[in-house]
Structure formats: C-alpha cells, structure tokens
Design a protein around this ligand. Structure first.
Ligand code: HEC
Ligand code: HEC
Length: 227
C-alpha cells in the first residue's frame, strides 16, 4: 500500500518534471498559478463561500484589490467592466500576447472572467507609482494629451470612459510598454483607434505621455453594470 503510493508519487513527480522541461517556465508559472487558484477555491469553499475571492490570486502582480505599487504592473482597480473582460478574453485567445497572462486567462471560465471584471471595476483606483518629477517631460506629456484629445475616449479625468480604459495613475513603465506595443502593432486594439493614435506619436512623445499620466491621481468612475 505504502509502496504503491510511493511509486505513484515518484511517477507523478517524474511526469511533472518532464512536462516542465518540455513546456518551459511560462507554462510552469501558469500551472503553479492554477494550482494556487485551485487551493484558493478549496479553502474558500470550506469557509462557506466560493466567490469572489478568486481575485486574491491576482494580487501577486496586480496588487491588493488590483492596485499595484510597482509601476511595471497594470492597475485593474476602477477599470470598466467591459474592458477587463475583453482583455482577459484577448489573452485567453492569444490576440493579446503575454507569457504571464496567456496561460492564466485560458484557464478561466467565462463566468470567472465576468466575476473578476465586476470585482476589479468596483475597487478604488489610486496612483500606482509616482515617478520622480520631471517638469519638461510632464509639460510635454500634458500638452500631447490635450492636443490629441485623449479624454474623448479615456474619460474626462482619464480615469476610464465608455470607449477607453483608465490611464491616469497607471505605472510609467506599464504605460510606456503598452504605448510602444500599440505603436509597433504587437498589441492590436480591436477598434484600431489606439494603434492609429500611438503611431501618430513619436517615441519621445510616448515617454512624455507615460510620465505625465503616471503622476495623475485617478478618480472613481461609475460604469453601468453589465448583465
Ligand atoms: C504572474 C503575474 C500576473 C498574475 C498573477 C496576474 N497577472 Fe494580469 N497581467 C500581468 C502582466 C505582466 C500584464 C501585462 C501584459 C502585457 O504586457 O500586455 C497583465 C495584464 C492584465 C490585464 C490587462 C490590463 C490592462 O490595463 O490592459 C488584465 C485585465 C489582467 N492582467 C487581469 C488579471 C487577473 C484577473 C488576474 C488574476 C486572475 C491576473 N491578471 C493575474 C501579470 C499577471
Ligand atoms: C478614439 C478613442 C481613443 C483615443 C482618442 C485615445 N485612445 Fe487610448 N485607447 C483606446 C482604446 C479603445 C483602448 C483599449 C484598446 C484595447 O482594447 O486593446 C486604448 C488603450 C490605451 C492604453 C493602454 C491602456 C492599458 O491599460 O493597457 C493607453 C496607455 C492609451 N490608450 C493611451 C492613450 C493616450 C495617451 C491618448 C491620447 C494621446 C489616447 N489613448 C487616445 C481609445 C482611444
């Protein structure tokens, strides 16, 4: 009995090692993540409620309640529900590429995606990581944002509108990565509006915009709940 168990365990460990070698670290990170997720489910179920605590697993990278303090990571707090949902589906289907988010999103059900989007949308947004102030960059960023009318889609306070997500108070590193990806086409906005906008801006303008936006305090926007 004990020996059979031992042999079973050894087989599983060997198989997992082989899988890990074959699929590489990205998949393994995804696997570990799903394992954590499963354990969360079990522990919450024993505590009498399965939902919506799944979001705790996102805190490692996106911060507690979806508000990170590291400017390389995306803040999810206060984002419009449809935006979060759309991004999770895009990661899951490989339309938006990310080694971290791809395997993770592919393992979420539609119901989980909806619940996560509703949860993070409800959380109070804050500034992620205020960059060391650079007056020249700030002024150039502000001038670009007002000249290009970013508020038309991203909302009056750049904290999320009906057409675009919150960009105020996102981290400088995250913003610049995304703006470059949109400019160069690695990230595709389904409406193409943001690809067009980013490609009109120079690399210097993108850096200035990211710097300016990262220092803004986001405000709370009420989005209509989706059913
Ligand atoms: C291991 C780190 C990690 C974990 C854990 C993680 N994420 Fe992410 N997430 C990222 C990274 C990195 C990106 C940026 C991807 C890119 O460069 O496009 C991202 C991007 C996102 C975005 C898009 C944000 C935007 O503004 O466009 C959403 C939505 C998201 N994650 C949701 C989640 C949810 C929900 C969970 C938990 C179920 C989660 N993430 C867990 C690393 C992580
Ligand atoms: C015509 C509408 C429109 C205008 C104008 C616009 N955007 Fe966007 N923006 C979008 C949409 C839509 C998305 C989401 C794309 C997607 O779904 O992948 C987006 C996404 C972004 C993102 C990525 C956010 C994230 O969380 O990953 C940044 C950064 C951004 N916009 C900055 C700007 C800036 C800066 C301006 C002005 C210079 C601007 N946008 C003007 C529609 C617009």
């Amino acid at each position: 009995m004990k020996r059979a168990f031992l042999i079973g365990t050894v087989t599983v460990v060997t198989a997992l090692t082989a899988v890990a070698v074959a699929v590489g670290p990205d998949m393994l990170a995804g696997y570990r993540f799903m394992d954590t997720l499963d354990r969360h489910f079990v522990s919450y179920e024993t505590n009498g409620g399965a939902w919506p605590q799944i979001q705790d697993s996102c805190a490692l990278c996106h911060g507690v309640n979806g508000q990170p303090s590291n400017g390389q990571y995306a803040a999810l707090a206060g984002q419009p529900i449809p935006y979060i949902e759309a991004q999770l589906h895009a990661f899951a289907q490989g339309r938006r590429h990310s080694p971290q988010m791809g395997p993770l999103a592919a393992n979420l059900s539609d119901v989980q995606i909806k619940a996560l989007a509703e949860y993070f949308s409800r959380q109070a947004p804050n500034t992620t990581e205020v960059p060391e102030h650079d007056e020249t960059l700030t002024q150039r960023g502000q001038a670009t944002v007002s000249a290009r009318g970013c508020t038309a889609c991203h909302g009056e306070n750049l904290s999320g509108g009906l057409l675009g997500p919150r960009i105020a108070g996102q981290g400088e590193g995250y913003l610049l990565d995304q703006l470059k990806a949109l400019k160069q086409g690695q990230r595709q906005d389904p409406s193409q509006a943001m690809n067009a906008m980013a490609s009109m801006l120079s690399e210097d303008e993108l850096s200035a915009v990211a710097h300016y936006l990262a220092g803004l305090k986001p405000s709370r926007t009420e989005f209509p709940r989706q059913h």
